[in-house]
Design a protein around this ligand. Structure first.
Ligand code: MLT
Length: 394
């Protein structure tokens, strides 16, 4: 028996697991510490009432012989495909056919699973810093990885040059971890670059609902040409609070082809073989989240989290800490004060303020010296955390 040796090239522990372990150790040593968690981007508000009610009703249907459902469709039930297509039309202003949408368990899973349909002998372009899943899943499959530098100088929105040519390109906008969001004009540069290089863009739009600037697109399919070169991966986690429920969707335009083969057909083939679909109860909840009433409730929740990032950016402006993000994103990416390294700042913040954040170095070399705070927490606790930081007089 031979193992997949690519796994030996991974860092021993996944970033957020590492942080959870460090937090648990600290808590054990300091049981009275009043820890405020601003690390992993996990939501704290419950799923919206429309979704929770739909889930309850669907659970009742499942417990009744007349309304019970067995295996769901591997691609998503019609009622949810229609709700997602309607979301694109009504809130983003673009036409996405129901047939081009595949319902899944979430964007994290899709970002990894989509690699199945591409040759392993491909080069992947990944930004640094980056959501670790893009990097780790490509290391696991042994692909050639190239990095594109996202830095303070390019405001964490790098644009490609000829040297960045690759087969697969990961873009996350609004970005995790930096919170930066591409404008339409900038994304058009990426789309033209992908078409010129016969590359596919894997576009992670998990944070699309946080966009408030009208010049920043919520979907890559708002950009001319994207239907020839992009796949969009999206999620109900950050929009509808489904981190513990698990539901997402992938959009592959029918015209996206490689070597005369439609990528949509390959992905559907993959899903029908390896996946038995998202549970009926969850799909009903997701569809309700995108109903008119549900969407209103999602917007209220997003506005709640926005208050956290607004308070963070106001405080950092006041105390002179440089930051990125926070405007179109639930994340604020700050420069560690006094030139500190990010894990040192993590320890300091934990020890002196009892605050957990995410060290930038965990997202790549360019993250060193930076730190990510999540806006997904409770409003009052966030204010308290900021008061503790202010008192530190960095
Ligand atoms: C994060 O904190 O980066 C995210 O919550 C992780 C995820 O979405 O898997």
């Amino acid at each position: 028996m031979k193992i997949n040796k690519n796994y030996l090239n991974l860092k021993p522990s996944y970033l957020f697991k590492n942080i959870a372990e460090k937090t648990a150790q600290y808590k054990e040593a300091h049981p009275d510490a009043d820890i405020i968690k601003m690390g992993i981007g996990d939501v704290t508000l419950p799923i919206c009432k429309a979704a929770a009610d739909a889930m309850t009703d669907a659970a009742k249907e499942m417990g009744n012989i007349d309304t019970f459902h067995g295996y769901p469709s591997s691609y998503g039930e019609d009622f949810l495909l229609s709700a997602i297509s309607n979301h694109y039309k009504k809130h983003i202003g673009i036409d996405i056919d129901e047939n081009e949408i595949i319902v899944t368990c979430g964007a994290k899973e899709d970002v990894a699973n989509i690699l199945d349909i591409f040759d392993t002998d491909t080069t992947v372009l990944i930004p640094d810093p980056v959501y670790p899943v893009y990097l780790d899943t490509n290391i696991m499959t042994g692909r050639k990885i190239k990095f594109i530098n996202a830095t303070e100088e390019n405001a964490y929105l790098p644009l490609p040059t000829d040297a960045d040519a690759a087969d697969l390109i990961y873009i996350c906008s609004p970005n995790n971890p930096t919170g930066a969001a591409y404008t339409r004009e900038q994304l058009k540069v990426w789309v033209d670059f992908a078409i010129k290089n016969n590359a596919v863009i894997l576009y992670d739009a998990a944070y699309e609902m946080f966009i408030s600037d009208s010049e920043c697109p919520r979907s890559i399919f708002e950009i001319d040409g994207a239907r020839q070169c992009a796949i969009e991966l999206c999620s109900f986690s950050k929009t509808a609070g489904f981190t513990g429920v698990r539901c997402g969707y992938t959009v592959i335009p029918t015209e996206l082809e490689s070597d005369g083969v439609k990528l949509l057909d390959l992905w559907k083939r993959r899903q029908s073989t390896k996946f038995n679909g998202v549970s009926y109860v969850v799909q009903r909840a997701a569809a309700a989240a995108f109903s008119d009433e549900g969407y209103k409730q999602l917007c209220e929740n997003i506005n709640y989290y926005r208050r956290n990032t607004e308070n963070m950016t106001k405080t950092f402006d006041k105390i002179g800490i440089k930051y990125f993000g926070g405007k179109n994103s639930p994340y604020v990416w700050l420069k560690c004060p006094n030139g500190m390294k990010s894990w040192d700042f993590f320890d300091l913040l934990l020890d002196k303020c009892n605050i957990i954040g995410t060290p930038g170095a965990g997202f790549g070399e360019n993250g060193e010296g930076f730190f990510r705070l999540s806006g997904f927490g409770d409003n009052t606790r966030c204010v308290e955390a900021l008061e503790r930081i202010e008192k530190m007089n960095f």
